[in-house]
Design a protein around this ligand. Structure first.
Ligand code: B3K
Ligand code: ZN
Length: 892
């Protein structure tokens, strides 16, 4: 057990703060070695809380206290206590001013929480509990304070000094120093505090709100990145317009700033008026960013912007409510992006993530409800469950009550709670009141973990022209939740006749029997049957259209049904899903063939179905590309109780090769067609991105079964590429094989990218994720490369996460070398950056689902990590949960 072991925090133990802080003045005196933080708090006893005797507690971590005064007088040594958690002042009046001076050392802060250095700049990350590393403060989201920030620094090194709100004064000081004061008029929790100091370039634009206010938009970036903020600025303006149009929400300050930092633990942070971003989600031009990067920038910029209302104006009472702001804001950014790109493509992208990452989380030892009940380290709960499943719940709710009811619910939510810290329950009550609906059963989605399975069976009675669908829901036990109650599961569906026509739906006996071409049925009990009348023939059902609920669907489609739906389903998402299902079952059949030693032969139905996609009317090339992409190994693994990863990797590869060979002509024709359509100048648009995706998907298949001069042709093609999307697609292909051409292409990419760390990350990631037979040696080389460092989270993710999460064949190498390599790095990384270490260690979480040999090897790594001295609380919690949650081991 490590020394840092902390007790769990429980939702049921929540108590409101005993004191509130009306105003805080934070004064940073920046030095190269030490930063002094002078803080002055106006504190008052919380009238809503009955008088306690515990004094006033302020969180604080790794702070050297230099001075403590109450109402202008030094507090005597017996008047306070300081320990590793914070500062307690004993015996305080009802209202007082508290002054502290602390010293911190940002240059030693490699955890990147609180105030730290990224390159030459100072920046902060306070959510969820970073502010306590800056100064003593009641660092909890339900204490809302008006902040005034003063920053004093060397003028030459740090000409740009930023904080939340508006600048109120600037002053030049003797000895080459200067001082800037910022004031944020909006009371906010400390997790939204931000401060930046550096020698930064700025790119500017402005936005006029619909009420006519002009808002200054500024992106600050390191000088060598000048000119790369344009796309992000454009995205910001689109997001501002969208939130006004769709939700009537306007920005509320005169200035909106985004700072791009190279060292950042996650994507970005929504600090009031001063977002701080991982530079990966700001910087873009065609030479450095792929279509996926352009898209991700739009999403993240919008997400952080949308937080201004869902998160900042109305914030969370405690961290158990995290999904209140995250699930809701992810839903909002998904809808924004869907409006910008094709709706179905966005949905495919989101569902793919949910089904691979969140479903896996929900079926393993780290499963937790969207509103968790307890945590040891809250940083470990910024998960796919809280974010992505949380967004799915909001989506179901919106679909249930309709867009207008949802809008009324949100309006009511803001009307009731603007400027407050509230709960998921408050949000749901606003929705109930506005839409006049009872959400008692629906609430279970927030408290019950695990992914429900909906098993569907059907029958057709030709005489009565009646088609019955029986839906049954079940959910496996999850940690701490052995029994599950039935959830309210909306299932969107349509029925198709054998010509591909949609059968009008009619539920005789229902209050409103005629339902039109598609409908949503509510599965609220364990089992329910829906009887559709007037059905002329046995239909093919299209179920869970648009992925109407985050569940696993189990219906016994025939291969022919799936091929039929790939062509005829009017729901583009389900057309794609049918393709995934068909490919998935063909690969899993191949897995069985491999197990029994039978010869492999690709079922012709898949090549026929894929030919139809390739030869079909390619109005939407992006969708065609998605349909042709085989399900990932991780997704395939999710379909097995005991994961046979060797067979999965082999089978997938065999299917890929067979398709590459059998469809060569069609693939080449499509590739040529798309290549021919390429414009000279790069443009990021859904059409262009879709075309590139299709083109590069075809290329990937051709490479799986190459013809004789393919590699020299591909190397030439690499030389002619004019954008990062195409360049990276070819690099990834070359990274999978050993050859002089591969070496040359990798070397050339490296030479061109070595001065741009984001591009260099791609070079690392392409190799770490490559299905290369000598991947372990490659990984060792990458880890000892002069450009590799554990101090930069993006670099760590590009090498270690790409390998552990994105290269199952390598990570699960039968001799355990992949595990060993990652285990070693987790231990080293924990001493530098616990948050990133903990997330990497999560790669071992599914250990109980593998064969006995791998189970033991993975477990040994977890135990070895657990046995280390001085484990961080973050890592300790993950490893402990992975080892000690009782899951049923897989039967192999
Ligand atoms: N709210 C931040 C996440 C903070 C994560 C801290 N470990 C970014 C976002 O979701 O918008
Ligand atoms: Zn967020």
């Amino acid at each position: 057990m490590s020394e840092t072991h902390r007790k769990a925090v429980w939702l049921k133990d929540y108590t409101p703060p005993a004191f509130v802080v009306d105003a805080a003045k934070i004064n940073f005196i920046l030095g190269e070695e030490v930063v002094e933080v002078h803080t002055e708090l106006q504190v008052r006893r919380n009238p809503a809380v009955s008088l306690g005797s515990g004094g006033f507690f302020l969180d604080g971590k790794d702070l050297a206290l230099r001075c403590l005064k109450m109402d202008g007088r030094r507090v005597a040594p017996h008047g306070f206590t300081v320990d590793q958690h914070g500062l307690r002042i004993h015996g305080v009046p009802d209202r007082f001013t508290l002054e502290t001076v602390v010293a911190i050392r940002p240059q030693d802060n490699t955890a990147l929480e609180g105030l730290y250095r990224s390159g030459a700049m100072f920046c902060t990350q306070c959510e969820p509990e970073g502010f306590r590393r800056i100064t003593f403060f009641p660092d909890r989201p339900d204490v809302l304070t008006r902040f005034t920030t003063t920053i004093t620094a060397d003028l030459d090194r740090y000409p740009v000094l930023l904080s939340n709100g508006n600048p109120v004064s600037t002053e030049t000081l003797p000895q080459g120093r200067h001082r800037v004061v910022w004031q944020d008029p909006f009371p906010k929790p400390s997790y939204l505090f931000a401060m930046v100091a550096g020698d930064l370039a700025v790119e500017e634009d402005f936005y006029v709100t619909r009420s006519g206010r002009q808002v200054q938009l500024r992106i600050y970036l390191e000088k060598h990145n000048r000119g790369r903020g344009k796309h992000a600025l454009g995205a910001l303006k689109k997001a501002m317009r969208w939130d006004e149009e769709v939700y009537g929400l306007e920005y509320d300050l005169d200035l909106y700033m985004i700072v791009a930092a190279d060292d950042f633990n996650m994507g970005a942070m929504e600090n009031k008026g001063l977002n701080i971003f991982n530079s990966k989600y700001v910087l873009a031009d065609s030479d450095m960013a792929t279509d996926a990067d352009f898209q991700a920038i739009e999403e993240v910029v919008a997400h952080e912007y949308f937080h201004n209302w869902t998160g900042n104006r109305v914030t969370c009472r405690d961290w158990f409510q995290l999904s209140l702001k995250e699930g809701l804001t992810v839903f909002r950014d998904q809808e924004f992006s869907a409006d910008l790109v094709a709706m179905s493509l966005k949905r495919i992208h989101d569902v793919r993530l949910l089904r691979t990452v969140q479903f896996a989380e929900d079926s393993g030892p780290l499963a937790h409800p969207v509103r968790p009940e307890s945590y040891q380290e809250i940083n470990n709960f910024y998960t796919a469950t809280v974010y992505e499943k949380g967004a799915e719940i909001v989506r179901m709710l919106r679909n249930l009550i309709g867009a207008r009811g949802f809008r009324r619910g949100l309006d009511l939510y803001f009307e009731r709670y603007d400027g407050q810290a509230v709960t998921i329950e408050d949000f749901l009550r606003s929705m109930e009141d506005a839409a006049n609906i009872d959400l008692s059963q629906f609430r279970l989605w927030y408290s019950q973990s695990g992914t429900p399975k909906v098993v569907v069976s059907d029958s057709y009675d030709a005489n009565r022209r009646e088609y019955s669908l029986t839906l049954r829901q079940q959910c496996q036990p999850t940690p701490g939740q052995p029994e599950k109650r039935p959830l309210h599961i909306p299932v969107a569906l349509a029925l198709f006749d054998n010509t591909g026509g949609q059968i009008p739906l009619c539920l005789p006996g229902a209050p409103d029997p005629d339902l039109g071409p598609s409908t949503v049925v509510s599965l609220c009990q364990k089992e329910q049957t829906f009887r559709f009348g007037n059905v002329p023939c046995r239909p093919v059902p299209s179920l869970l259209r648009g992925f109407s609920a985050p569940v696993r669907l189990d219906y016994d489609y025939s291969d022919a049904d799936l091929r039929f739906l790939m062509v005829h389903d009017s729901d583009a998402f389900n057309r794609w899903d049918a393709a995934q299902k068909l490919a998935c079952r063909i690969i899993l059949r191949c897995v069985d063939q491999l197990r029994t030693g039978a010869d492999f032969a690709l079922d012709p139905i898949l090549s026929q179905a894929f030919t139809e996609v390739l030869d079909g009317d390619l109005g939407d090339k992006g969708l065609a590309a998605q349909m042709l992409m085989l399900p990932s190994e991780n997704f395939l693994a999710e379909q097995q109780d005991c994961i046979d990863i060797d067979a999965i990797c082999q089978a997938r590869q065999k299917v890929r090769q067979a398709l590459g060979g059998q469809l060569r002509e069609a693939l080449l024709a499509r590739w040529q067609f798309c290549q021919g359509e390429d414009a000279v100048a790069f443009n990021f648009s859904p059409e262009d991105a879709g075309r590139r995706a299709l083109k590069n998907t075809c290329l990937g298949y051709l490479a799986a079964q190459p013809c004789s001069d393919f590699w020299s042709w591909l190397a030439d093609l690499y030389g002619q590429t004019s954008n990062m999307t195409d360049r990276l697609a070819i690099l990834a292909i070359f990274a999978e094989r050993e050859s002089p051409e591969s070496q040359a292409v990798l070397a050339s990419f490296y030479d061109q990218s070595r001065h741009n760390s984001l591009v260099l990350d791609k070079w690392f990631a392409a190799q770490a994720a490559a299905r290369n037979p000598s991947i372990i040696e490659k990984m060792r080389l990458l880890l000892s490369h002069r450009d590799f460092t554990l101090r930069n989270p993006n670099r760590v993710r590009s090498v270690l996460h790409s390998f552990a999460r994105g290269n199952p064949g390598g990570f699960h190498a039968a001799n355990g070398e992949g595990y060993h390599l990652v285990g070693e790095q987790v231990i080293q990384l924990d001493r530098i950056n616990p948050q990133v270490a903990a997330s990497l260690a999560g790669a071992f979480s599914a250990w109980q689902r593998y064969d006995r040999r791998r189970r033991l090897l993975m477990k040994a790594q977890l135990e070895n990590i657990a046995a280390q001295q001085c484990l961080s609380s973050d890592l300790e919690e993950i490893v402990h949960r992975c080892l000690h949650q009782d899951m049923t081991p897989a039967q192999d």
